[in-house]
Design a protein around this ligand. Structure first.
Ligand code: ZN
Ligand code: ZN
Length: 358
């Protein structure tokens, strides 16, 4: 028996080596393999457009802290054939491309505030949605300051846009598609939710959060028919997100572990690293996972998804430390967000279906 198994194993290894050798030395076989891989990777994943549902796709659950597993702040909302992004952090577009999600019909980007990790991926979304067929200016919603940010990006990419049009022609890259259409959203106080967009059963409202010295900074609530999701944006715990997110199906809340950041601060201080000060300063304008769980409880949401994760969580132990104390506050209905999570909320039902797009 053992001899037969050894022969079979040996045969498999040998045929594998012969196959690998054939591809390694044959340009014809290499090209055939390339064509096969390309065919498998073309086309878009249209599942987020099918059916009558609100989809929340996490294209970036990280922060400015470098993290190979998490792109910077980016969430895509698909509802009623429309697509909105909440923030456009660096790497978010790469995730959208990796999941092969449709982006040509992007309706707008909703910025919570203008910290770098929320805006640095804008050029990639602009260029790739343009290449995917967007012919009108890209609409950018945000707090006062949105015009300055839009004008700055437009200026910086003016040469690039001109060369794209010259190279591929205005039929492919419509001239108007190179532009931004900034829409300044003004929210007067912490008690008021301002409607940013309302069409075909999709309603988006903005509200003030507390992220001083960033003023103003916004959270957003998305209501599609009878389903809803609320986004905290970047904020310390101040009561607003709980109030504005009351009864939402899903709450996406930022989370920073002060305990872990404190340990990093200690380590950096011991090494004489000047970034000790950054670690010392950042907890003051963010929310801990335990506080996010309390906020979710106050709002009576069904599911809390932690996002904008600080610090980096490279393994299960780090995740466990990050989530320490959360279970005692909120036993279930809470999860750590990850790049590639797609929450499907079908209209007319209480269901929250989780898909992993990775
Ligand atoms: Zn911020
Ligand atoms: Zn941020």
């Amino acid at each position: 028996m053992m001899r037969i198994l050894a022969w079979v194993a040996g045969g498999l290894v040998l045929s594998g080596l012969i196959g690998f050798g054939a591809v390694w030395f044959s340009p014809g076989l290499q090209d055939a393999l390339m064509r096969r891989v390309i065919a498998d990777n073309t086309g878009t994943n249209e599942t987020v457009l099918r059916g009558d549902a609100l989809h929340v796709v996490f294209c970036g659950t990280g922060s400015p802290v470098p993290d190979p597993d998490r792109a910077q702040a980016c969430t895509a909302i698909y509802a009623g054939g429309k697509l909105f992004f909440i923030d456009a952090g660096l790497g978010g577009w790469n995730r959208m491309a990796a999941f092969r999600l449709p982006v040509g019909g992007v309706t707008g980007i909703l910025f919570t505030h203008f910290h770098s990790d929320h805006i640095s991926g804008l050029p990639d979304i602009a260029l790739n949605s343009w290449a995917a067929g967007r012919r009108d200016p890209l609409t950018l919603y945000g707090p006062p300051g949105i015009r300055q940010v839009a004008d700055g990006f437009a200026k910086a990419y003016e040469l690039d846009d001109g060369w794209r049009i010259a190279h591929h022609g205005p039929e492919f890259f419509a001239v108007a598609g190179a532009a931004f259409r900034p829409v300044e959203v003004d929210v007067p106080d912490h008690e008021t939710a301002v409607t940013v967009y309302e069409e075909d059963g999709l309603k988006i409202t903005a509200f003030l959060v507390s992220h001083e010295p960033v003023e103003p900074a916004y959270g957003y609530r998305i209501d599609y028919k009878d389903r809803s999701v609320v986004f905290s944006g970047d904020t310390m715990r101040d009561g607003t997100v709980a109030r504005m997110g009351k009864g939402a199906d899903v709450m996406v809340h930022e989370a920073l572990s002060t305990h872990m950041v404190g340990l990093i601060e200690e380590g950096l201080a011991a090494a004489g690293d000047r970034r000790t000060k950054v670690m010392h300063d950042i907890p003051s304008y963010h929310t801990t996972p335990v506080d996010a769980a309390k906020i979710a409880n106050e709002a009576s949401v069904k599911l809390l998804v932690l996002s904008h994760i600080v610090p980096r969580l490279p393994n299960a132990i780090a995740e466990r430390v990050f989530m320490r104390g959360v279970g005692a506050v909120r036993g279930d209905g809470v999860m750590l967000g990850y790049d590639g999570l797609d929450l499907e909320l079908p209209a007319g039902s209480g269901e929250i279906v989780q898909h992993d797009l990775r």
